[in-house]
Design a protein around this ligand. Structure first.
Ligand code: IVH
Length: 709
């Protein structure tokens, strides 16, 4: 079979010629697919193969009515998948913290040296690699065979997209080599090249399909197709740069770089621009070089990533919250454009915060059409003197919401008046006030609606938060449905969601299925989605409550500390009735929970109406206890306090080490402390430990105990 395509421009083909060529291409591509997928023995280069597919796509775009049943763009032989199931990541898929300038990179390296107690001139190497702007994926190989592919999701649970990922050419079905571990999770980025993106969009526009805003969205949209034959027709690509679970002793090297070498041997594609850097200067030179070459790349990148090369050091450095201490993303500067501010709209959040949002004349910034930008708060509007009708500079950086950088004053219209921020809530008319922080005496930047329970906007936002992806994650209950159910009195508070089906069945009046936009199937689906969430993890439950300052990380900390719903609510009841008591102290003492957060939690549990909601919810749902990590370490489950100056470990590393071993590191000694590790110069904590009869050991003994001495 030949691999030559006709070179005649597509727009000069007659219909007959097009029909004939499509038939030829279908047969030819099917043949190469078989060689590639079934026999693992392709006979043409990827580029030649791509050329065939592109030619096919171009002809189909020109003659949509001639697209064949067996067209390669609707690839047969790949079974359509059902709706995605979820996959719990054996090792969480975390994100990266960011650096925006040279100083941030110096700080990053300095922090690492201090943490590891490395002298300024001790060698410390980093990988430098492009930060691919796509979506991350985890590929699980067992005995070298691809068995599962999952999206990042919330980092802990992702979607099972195995069937779709199997259609991606860059993702090997089998890893080759004698040193492939029995279990190996390869992680990396799925992305789409510029030219493929343009061709896809042209084809989509032609066929009346969805046109994507940028290659990243196109890649994500293509991967998350319920019909895998559609994914198969989309030109997705893959770069591998990390790993998750690896069976015992399986890592093929001692450095990040060694592992990348192994990836290549095994058949996992790595980015050719990756480099080893031996100093901050080399890291920054890499950043600038990649930045300069960025426009010439065939895919989008939004910065570079540096990773400590030595894996033993990575292990010691560990993680803070959701990001490794041993890696950072050095982002490229944001992209900017100029447009007109049409209006300022005030949104009311779930805690009553009034947030101004800029409505803009649509403008493309860095490949994305921007119509809204955040204005933060009223001080920000005043500081930048932003007025309706102004011409403004808009900036977009990565995933963050676009911002207004500045006003182009020369273009201001003579009648533009300073913006007056409302002092009443636009949703319920209640006073909106700026609270004064009792400790600092400072006025809060945020103006808040005082309407509380009577404010419909707050109630709707609370419900939206409750059903959102990282909370109860109820599919089919989006902003639109929540708002309409709320306005019609069907769902006023979270527990109403779980009684909706019963009330619908009992009602002789309007049934949900008769409402506009609903039918028997969509209603059944909604009830299924709701019922699927009657069992929920404790961290999601806590997060869903929408307590001020309690985001996912804090919710997870709380869940881990209290373990199950009864212990959690027991402590919260005590705190609600005595905000100064012992239980409050214990909450405040949890590593990672500051006093502001602890107070917000106490305030929440001091309110009867919050308890009413919780009790009504618990009638309907079951909250699962936290799965304890089974660790055999001798300090697992213990609460440990480090004090005095330690010589082998920095304080941060000591705490991180304790946590890695399943222990809790606390800041102060109390009756709950199991062990105090004291270095020279330890003072009052040592005394307290003696009073309470708590065991005190020195640093060397600590290492002996945990078996690392
Ligand atoms: S490493 C634990 N390396 O950036 C560290 N991430 O902002 C895991 N990304 O979620 C990430 N290129 O989707 C790493 N060379 C690279 C990357 C990269 C792109 C993405 C990845 C991650 C996100 C974090």
């Amino acid at each position: 079979m030949t691999t030559l395509t006709s070179t005649k421009p597509v727009d000069q083909l007659s219909e007959d010629e097009a029909r004939e060529e499509l038939a030829q291409l279908a047969a030819e591509i099917a043949h190469h697919d078989e060689l590639y997928y079934r026999d693992d023995a392709p006979v043409i280069s990827d580029a030649d193969y791509d050329a065939l597919r592109m030619r096919n796509a171009a002809i189909e775009a020109q003659f949509p009515h001639l697209a064949r049943e067996d067209s390669p763009s609707r690839r047969v032989g790949v079974k359509p998948s059902g709706p995605f199931g979820t996959v719990r990541h054996a090792v969480p898929m975390l994100s990266l913290s960011n650096a925006f300038d040279d100083e941030d990179v110096h700080d990053f390296v300095g922090r690492i040296r201090r943490f590891l107690r490395l002298a300024d001139d001790a060698p410390l190497a980093f990988t430098g690699e492009p930060k691919i702007d796509g979506l991350s994926i985890s590929l699980r190989y067992e005995r070298g065979k691809l068995v599962q592919a999952a999206t990042r999701g919330d980092g802990y649970e992702g979607e099972n997209v195995t069937v779709n990922v199997r259609t991606i050419k860059d993702v090997p079905e089998v890893l080759r080599g004698s040193d492939v571990p029995a279990v190996f999770e390869a992680r990396g980025e799925i992305y789409m090249r510029h030219q493929d993106f343009a061709a896809l969009n042209a084809q989509q526009a032609e066929s009346g399909g969805k046109v994507f805003a940028n290659p990243r969205n196109a890649a994500a949209g293509s991967l998350r197709q319920l019909d895998a034959t559609i994914t198969a027709s989309r030109p997705l690509r893959f770069f591998c740069y990390a790993w998750g679970e690896v069976s015992n002793g399986g890592l093929p090297g001692k450095t990040q770089w060694d592992v990348y070498e192994a990836f290549k041997r095994w058949g996992l594609p790595t980015n050719p621009l990756m480099r080893l850097c031996n100093s901050v200067e080399e890291m920054l030179a890499f950043y600038h070089e990649i930045g300069e070459g960025r426009a010439g790349l065939t895919y989008d990148i939004d910065g570079v990533v540096y990773k400590v090369n030595d894996l033993a050091l990575q292990e010691r450095l560990g993680f803070v919250s959701r990001a490794p201490r041993w890696a950072v993303a050095h982002k490229f500067p944001a992209q900017q454009a100029t447009t007109v501010l049409r209006d300022i709209e005030i949104q009311v959040g779930r805690t009553g915060a009034l947030t101004p949002v800029a409505r803009l004349e649509p403008i493309t910034v860095g490949g994305v059409v921007v119509t809204n930008a955040t204005l933060h708060n009223e001080d920000e509007i005043a500081r930048k003197d932003i007025r309706i009708g102004d011409t403004v500079v808009v900036q977009r950086a990565g995933d963050v919401i676009p911002q207004i950088v500045t006003v182009v004053k020369e273009k201001r219209l003579p009648d533009a008046a300073p913006y007056v921020f409302p002092e009443t809530c636009p949703a319920c008319g209640s006073h909106a006030v700026r609270e004064v922080n009792s400790k600092t005496g400072k006025v809060d930047a945020v103006r808040r609606c005082t309407g509380g329970l009577i404010c419909p906007a707050q109630a709707i936002e609370r419900l939206k938060h409750f059903v959102s992806r990282n909370a109860f994650d109820i599919e089919g209950l989006g902003e639109k449905q929540i708002t309409s159910f709320f306005n019609d009195g069907l769902v006023r508070r979270a527990p109403d969601i779980f009684t909706l089906q019963r009330r619908d069945e009992d009602s002789a009046l309007t049934k949900l299925k008769n409402r506009e936009g609903w039918g028997p199937t969509s209603v059944a689906k909604l009830f299924d989605a709701i019922n699927a969430r009657r069992r929920i993890s404790l961290d999601r439950f806590i997060y869903a409550l929408g307590i001020r300052h309690v985001g996912e990380t804090t919710a997870r900390l709380l869940a881990r500390s209290y373990g199950d719903i009864d212990s959690f609510l027991g402590a919260m009841r005590a705190i609600g009735s005595d905000p100064e008591g012992r239980q409050f102290q214990e909450l405040d003492d949890i590593e990672g929970i500051g006093t502001t957060v602890a107070r917000a939690i106490a305030d929440f549990f001091a309110e009867d109406h919050n308890w009413e909601v919780i009790e009504a919810l618990l009638e309907e749902i079951e909250v699962q206890p936290v799965e304890r990590v089974v660790t055999t370490s001798p300090v697992a489950g213990k609460t440990i306090v480090f004090t005095g100056s330690l010589t082998r470990l920095s304080r941060d590393e000591a705490k991180a080490m304790a946590e890695r071993l399943g222990a809790k590191a606390a800041g102060s000694v109390s009756a709950k402390t199991d062990l105090v590790v004291a270095g020279p110069g330890a003072g009052s904590k040592l005394k307290k430990a003696a009073e309470l009869g708590i065991e005190v050991i020195d640093e060397d003994e600590w290492f002996r105990r945990v078996g690392e001495g």
